[in-house]
Design a protein around this ligand. Structure first.
Ligand SMILES: [Zn+2]
Ligand SMILES: [Zn+2]
Length: 410
């Protein structure tokens, strides 16, 4: 949803555009002349302005110039909607900084399409990098070179914000890469931990940025069943297990026991309970219209507990949580054949994950938390089996197996 200002002295055009854009969830403000329009734009700082050219008070060309010359409006896109169709006018509007030009009468669907694509183009990228994609235990060695052997860790860059999902052993390399990139500049890292089983936290004591004074590390997860989140992390670094104590880390640590949605600038992170021994949660990261959903270590309710309405509803909540995700990172540790001997271990089957991703209408699925028993060829076979099931079922999203060091830009 974006804030949009419409500037047009023709009440009919104004009403049609307002109706269509509001119906698709945008906040729409209107002005019927150029001068009022400019005041409104300066006061509201919208993501997008749709303006007519021939208007009383101030014409559209001047309005575009005023907006482009105002540094506080650098994030505001301008689109022209005009009855003028001369190439010279279109060229001039674009030279002055208009991102698009529509000739009236404008079909409302076409208008929405142009507005959405201008809004997407103006949003910062959401970049995902996998640092650890193995489940349960690290699996170094020649058999896992392509997909990698580090345990759960994913970096999500939302513009300037650095979000980290879990800190299994992949966290070590992520920390080193950040140190190289920032070269001593202070880091502000937001670490979201799905749960505190070893394969999701074991890289934490080796995460270099936590040792550097001036860095900030905020750790978000649930409170434990019987102890605080901070106590759980303190316990992991108890002298019995590790030579450095949590209190010795020089970065500023802040523990957040999540309750509702967390906001990091314009980024929103929400969570959902998963079906896994102990407490575990999945995360949904949203920035503008882009979204990544991270659901790891979840056993399908119906598979484990029986196919009844209650369990179907619980599973539907997990599916809905992933609704429309641009990237769905999802643990899919077992095949249907393997599952009976692993029932109650807290993990999903590949075929259940495909069905859920299909129902949730995600754009892309990354199979994650590969079983430690699988070598690279075995992961390839899982992907091939997925393609087969997807073709048979007419599933349209793309599917890949996450691999250490794989980067995806959304
Ligand atoms: Zn795990
Ligand atoms: Zn687990």
């Amino acid at each position: 949803m974006a804030k949009i200002v419409l500037v047009d002295d023709d009440p009919i055009s104004l009403r049609i555009a307002e109706k269509r854009l509001s119906a698709s969830g945008h906040e729409v403000l209107t002005a019927s002349d150029g001068k009022t329009g400019l005041q409104l734009v300066r006061a509201e700082k919208p993501q997008l302005v749709l303006t007519d050219l021939m208007m009383p008070g101030m014409h559209g060309f001047s309005l575009i110039q005023e907006i482009r010359n105002d540094s506080s409006l650098s994030q505001t896109q301008v689109i022209v909607s005009s009855g003028k169709a001369y190439p010279v006018d279109i060229k001039k509007a674009k030279e002055l900084g208009a991102a698009g030009y529509l000739t009236k009468p404008v079909d409302p669907e076409k208008l929405l399409e142009v507005v959405q694509s201008a809004l997407s183009a103006s949003e910062p990228d959401l970049k995902v990098k996998f640092w650890g994609t193995r489940g349960s235990i690290p699996t170094p060695g020649r058999a896992t070179l392509r997909y990698g052997g580090n345990t759960s860790c994913v970096e999500v860059r939302c513009g300037e914000h650095i979000i980290m999902l879990d800190c299994g052993t992949g966290a070590r390399e992520m920390g080193l890469a950040l140190s190289r990139e920032f070269k001593g500049r202070p880091l502000d890292i937001h670490l979201f931990v799905s749960h505190t089983h070893w394969d999701h936290i074991q890289g934490f004591p080796f995460f270099v940025p936590a040792y550097i004074p001036g860095n900030r590390l905020t750790i978000y997860s649930l409170r434990g069943a019987d102890k605080s989140l901070e106590k759980i992390f303190t316990g992991q670094m108890d002298v019995t297990y590790f030579p450095v104590a949590l209190s010795d880390l020089m970065a500023k640590l802040n523990f957040v026991e999540v309750e509702g949605v967390c906001s990091i600038g314009k980024v929103k992170v929400s969570h959902i309970y998963l079906n896994h021994p102990g407490l575990a949660i999945g995360f949904r990261i949203e920035m503008g219209r882009k979204s990544v959903v991270y659901v790891t270590d979840h056993e399908q309710y119906c598979r484990m507990l029986g196919d009844n309405e209650h369990n179907r509803n619980q599973e539907r909540e997990v599916m809905e949580f992933a609704r429309g995700a641009d990237l769905y990172i999802r643990e899919a540790q077992y095949t249907d054949e393997e599952y009976p001997s692993k029932k109650g271990w807290g993990h999903s089957t590949v075929s259940d994950v495909l069905e859920s991703a299909h129902e949730a209408n995600v754009r892309r699925l990354a199979l994650y938390h590969h079983d430690p028993m699988r070598d690279d060829e075995a992961v390839d076979r899982i992907v091939a089996a997925c393609q087969e099931q997807m073709t048979k079922r007419g599933m349209k999203f793309s599917c890949l197996a996450a691999a250490d060091n794989l980067e995806i830009t959304l």
